[in-house]
Write a new protein. Structure first.
Length: 446
């Protein structure tokens, strides 16, 4: 009976089309129309196909499955505490206080700093109750504050790898710009400047001078988080090669040239890392504050306020005080011959006081403009045999060379580093040849 009704409906539809097209020279393929109608019937009779939707699994974060949790990534705002953050996720002040007490011996919540990223995992309910708060104090560590039930605080340390890297480049501008352009960092520039400061005037390097470095890089999960020791370096200035080979004779890492002579002097050449000299030792200088000519018995280093100031050598603090002219200053006696003084500090480093034993390179204060100073800088003074002298001109003795006992070991170390650096030249030449070939091929295809 159903089939008859369907056939009757088809005939009516066809009749209507014939009637509407009467008197017109139109041609219809009725067999196709019938075929389409039957096709629609077949599709209508088929049951719908169920479509499976595959849901992407949520990630495991810091070892925590997040299938039943929502993930929030944010940054600690200035002045914001962990209590402020957790309050927005249904954690009461009492719970935050109890958490802080538990965290004291693991990672005190007061040490959480602004502008650092945190991750918060909360329940997907309307209250969005926090379950975990995760904070990274540095690239190597992370702390998980478990907010469930008993409140747990756990500090984890990632596995760090130390790998050796090689770097080579050519001076095209300043040393700083050239090292960074070759893939280095400001830290490498400062280390290189410290090593070579006594042998080369790094402010007079020229375009075309070459450098090579072998250094340690600290990595976590394949990402660089910092740098270790500079193992060896090479600098070619005006065609003259000068290697700096890192070698430990038993007193810590030192640097020696290819002949085994030490790069290290009795003192560091400068008390600030690779800074700019703004005023030299001068017996007749116009004072910028007092507006009169007077002797300037020191060397001024221009640097941003707060830059760490380091002692140029080992010694004992004679004075750490304040005067109207010098501002905050530190004076250090290194031995019977040499004494140094550091003026216009913004403040002393922690623990710096009269009688304090100081190591070479130790931070003793920070750049400021206290006393008679027109802007932030360090005035560095040097006494030799109780007489003030020009720190940039005085000749200081070399440190001990490689000892006879360690000579063979040093030569083996030196030869290994030199071979690696020579290999850098070959790699560079091969790369140039490849690029030249590709360029020639590209021109030929034009």
């Amino acid at each position: 009976m159903i089939q008859r009704k369907k056939g009757f409906a088809i005939l009516i539809a066809l009749s209507s089309i014939i009637f509407l097209s009467a008197g017109q020279s139109l041609h219809f393929d009725f067999s196709q129309i019938i075929k389409n109608i039957k096709s629609d019937e077949v599709v209508a009779q088929q049951p719908p196909v169920s479509e499976k939707i595959t849901k992407e699994p949520k990630p495991i974060i810091y070892g925590i499955p997040t299938d039943s949790l929502e993930i929030v990534r944010d940054v600690v705002e200035r002045g914001e505490s962990i209590s402020d953050i957790l309050a927005a996720y249904n954690i009461s002040p009492t719970t935050s206080y109890n958490l802080a007490q538990k965290a004291k011996d693991v990672y005190n919540v007061k040490r959480i700093q602004s502008n650092r990223t945190y991750i918060l995992l909360h329940a997907p309910d309307s209250a969005q109750t926090a379950q975990y708060f995760i904070y990274e104090p540095n690239e190597l560590e992370y702390v998980i504050y478990d907010l469930r039930c008993d409140l747990q605080v756990t500090r984890f340390k990632r596995e760090m790898q130390v790998v050796e890297r090689e770097l080579a480049g050519e001076i095209k501008g300043s040393l700083y710009e050239s090292v960074l352009a070759a893939g280095g960092t400001a830290q490498l520039v400062n280390t290189l400047a410290d090593i070579y400061a006594w042998r080369l005037n790094l402010n007079k390097i020229q375009p075309g001078d070459q450098f090579k470095l072998i250094f340690e890089e600290k990595q976590v999960n394949g990402s660089t988080i910092g740098y270790g020791a500079l193992k060896a370096a090479f600098f070619q200035h005006n065609g003259n090669p000068l290697y700096a080979i890192g070698f430990d004779q038993g007193n810590g890492m030192g640097y020696f040239d290819q002949d085994g002579k030490s790069f290290k002097k009795a003192f560091l050449k400068e008390p600030l890392e690779y800074s700019r000299i703004s005023s030299r030792y001068n017996m007749h200088r116009f004072h910028p504050v007092q507006k009169r000519y007077k002797a300037h018995l020191g060397t001024d280093f221009a640097a941003p306020r707060g830059t760490p100031i380091r002692s140029v050598g080992e010694g004992v603090v004679l004075e750490a005080a304040y005067t109207r002219g010098n501002g905050y200053y530190v004076k250090i006696k290194h031995n019977k011959t040499y004494t140094t003084q550091y003026l216009h500090l913004s403040k002393f480093a922690k623990g710096i006081r009269k009688g304090k034993q100081i190591n070479q390179g130790q931070t003793i204060g920070f750049v400021g403009s206290t006393g008679l100073a027109s802007g932030p800088h360090l005035c560095y003074r040097l006494w030799k045999n109780n007489k003030q002298v020009d720190a940039l001109k005085v000749k200081l003795p070399l440190a001990e060379p490689v000892t006879k006992k360690k000579r063979r070991e040093f030569i083996a170390t030196k030869d290994a580093f030199i071979k690696r650096m020579e290999a850098l030249d070959r790699k560079s030449e091969e790369l140039k040849n490849i690029l030249a070939t590709e360029k020639t091929s590209a021109i030929g295809n034009i």
